[in-house]
Design a protein around this ligand. Structure first.
Ligand SMILES: [Ca+2]
Length: 86
């Protein structure tokens, strides 16, 4: 019998519950779940720090700060912007 991959249905069932609870949940770290309500970025987390669930979650991968509106990612854009003309 065919089953959908658990990760695919997990977000749709649970992202409403865990979004913005202060803990970075990798299943919610996507655009559909609003990047877990900011939980995966220091600047947008309710606790002003990233606490991943599970604690072993890789913060360079599935628990990375992906929210394009987060300060961390804005700074990256500024850093790559060419200098203003004189
Ligand atoms: Ca969360």
């Amino acid at each position: 019998m065919w089953h959908p991959p658990p990760r695919a249905i997990y977000c749709f069932q649970d992202c409403e519950l865990w979004v913005g609870d202060g803990y970075c949940d990798p299943v919610n770290n996507n655009a559909y779940c609003h990047y877990d309500g900011g939980d995966c970025c220091v600047s947008t987390s309710a606790f002003k720090q990233v606490i991943t669930v599970p604690a072993s979650c890789d913060r360079k991968k599935e628990c990375a700060c992906r929210d394009p509106s987060a300060k961390e990612n804005a700074q990256k854009r500024w850093a790559t912007r060419p200098p203003l003309p004189p």
